[in-house]
Design a protein around this ligand. Structure first.
Ligand SMILES: C[S@@+](CC[C@H](N)C(=O)[O-])C[C@H]1O[C@@H](n2cnc3c(N)ncnc32)[C@H](O)[C@@H]1O
Length: 273
């Protein structure tokens, strides 16, 4: 797991629940979130639209991402959760999406909700242990899921191998910096993702969504507290605690200016097959 996520998990190690970000934990999260009116209000307030999100992509970033996806393009989305984002992207760009996630409860929700919709499909897959289905994708999309796949270099090679020639990966990812880490880690061209992409010889561009992600975490922090009683009244304190467990850490980084975010658009590298 990416180093910043490890630091976050150490921070949340004693929550008394299934380990944060495990399959069981995500299943519980999405089982509850899909039924929770308060979670919908939280997402609407924090992201600007309720798509049952658990990442950091706000409506501006989502709109920009949509503009990159072409009608009829064959897209593989990794870490799609219960598919609301996939469905939104499909409806607004016309691309076809196969979404993968290891949270089988979330995938079941996505499949049930979108049954009969051509151009949308979902499968359970563990991104670390299972082979990726299919090949010849125009685009492989990862919204705040790349951290969970282990080593960035290995992951990029695995994803690159599933692209068609001329295809691309689109990866949305944050980078945080601790005091003992290099000063330039937060600069475009120097994040851990940049380092992995450059070491593998990828051509790519990166779009800066740092201002968005910093605002996101301030709102995430604020609304988890504003809505805490409403979550509890629904019997969904779990959802609120889940948000609070991470948003203190991220808000601190946002306020210290030690958090950045980029959308990396990466050309297929045929030299890596
Ligand atoms: C931070 S959430 C992001 C969800 C969604 N993309 C969004 O932006 O709201 C990470 C997602 O990755 C999934 N995930 C984490 N580890 C995984 C793994 N090893 N295999 C498959 N999915 C995984 C989780 O179940 C979760 O849905």
């Amino acid at each position: 797991m990416e180093q910043s996520m490890n630091e976050l998990m150490n921070h949340t190690a004693d929550m008394g629940q299934a380990q944060m970000f495990s399959k069981d934990w995500y299943n519980e999260y999405f089982r509850r979130a899909a039924e929770s009116a308060t979670h919908s209000r939280f997402c609407e307030a924090v992201y600007g639209r309720d798509l049952c999100q658990h990442g950091m992509m706000d409506v501006d970033e989502m709109e920009f991402l949509t503009s990159l996806l072409k009608p009829g393009a064959k897209v593989l989305e990794i870490g799609c959760s219960n598919g609301h984002i996939s469905e939104h992207l499909h409806e607004h760009s016309g691309c076809d999406i196969l979404g993968l996630d290891y949270a089988d409860a979330a995938v079941a929700q996505a499949k049930a909700r979108t049954q009969g919709k051509a151009g949308l499909d979902f499968q359970v897959a563990d991104l670390i242990h299972d082979p990726l289905p299919g090949n010849g994708y125009d685009t492989i999309l990862s919204i705040d899921s790349i951290y969970f796949m282990g080593d960035y270099n290995k992951t990029l090679i695995k994803l690159n191998g599933k692209l068609k020639p001329g295809g691309r990966m689109i990866i949305a990812a944050f980078q945080a910096r601790e005091d003992d880490e290099p000063e330039n880690l937060l600069q475009a061209g120097y994040t851990r993702m940049d380092q992995a992409l450059q070491s593998l010889g990828f051509n790519y561009v990166q779009h800066d969504f740092t201002a968005n992600v910093r605002k996101h975490w301030l709102k995430n922090y604020e609304y988890s507290r504003t809505l805490q009683d409403d979550f509890a009244a629904e019997g969904n304190a779990f959802l609120c605690e889940a948000r609070m467990a991470e948003n203190g850490w991220f808000k601190d980084h946002a306020e210290r200016g030690s958090l950045v975010r980029f959308l990396y658009v990466i050309e297929n590298n045929p030299g890596l097959y």
